[in-house]
Design a protein around this ligand. Structure first.
Ligand SMILES: Nc1ncnc2c1ncn2[C@@H]1O[C@H](COP(=O)(O)OP(=O)(O)OP(=O)(O)O)[C@@H](O)[C@H]1O
Length: 128
């Protein structure tokens, strides 16, 4: 909460609108978010083509959501770092690099999970 502002929390609807605004801002500013959304669309298309089962859908969708959420958090951390340290500082660089590493760890994990899910679905499809 911003100091000095009304202590009342925004309504659920207003909070959701703020979140939507944040999503739009991140989408406009960060190329990586667009790449990850495209990756999510690709994952859904692969799931439809390979007719994966319900559990696999759940795994794929959780992975997509986690990767996009991690990239949004990475963008938020970058924004705060730029706010508090607009000039060069090794710790500012470290914070950005570590936040980016968190996003990449999740992306790589999701990619490995995707290969496992789709490869087993393809094998099942080919086996009839
Ligand atoms: N204030 C700073 N002090 C020191 N190093 C910085 C600072 N800002 C950025 N860096 C270094 O430069 C790198 C690139 O930062 P920059 O903010 O330009 O791009 P980014 O927002 O991290 O990348 P992207 O937008 O592609 O996710 C960082 O990962 C960090 O290593």
């Amino acid at each position: 909460m911003i100091p000095g502002r009304s202590p009342r929390h925004p309504s659920f609807r207003r909070s959701f609108l703020f979140a939507l605004q944040g999503f739009r801002t991140a989408l406009r500013q960060e190329r990586n978010i667009k790449v990850m959304l495209a990756g999510g669309a690709f994952a859904v298309a692969m799931g439809l083509i390979l007719r994966i089962d319900a559990v696999s859908w759940a795994i794929v969708l959780v992975c997509c959501g986690m990767v996009i959420a991690a990239e949004l958090l990475n963008t938020a951390i970058e924004t705060v770092v730029d706010l508090v340290s607009p000039e060069f500082h090794p710790l500012a660089g470290q914070a950005k690099d570590i936040a980016a590493a968190a996003s990449w760890v999740l992306s790589l994990t999701a990619a490995v999970v995707g290969v496992i899910v789709y490869a087993s679905a393809l094998i099942r499809l080919l086996a009839g």
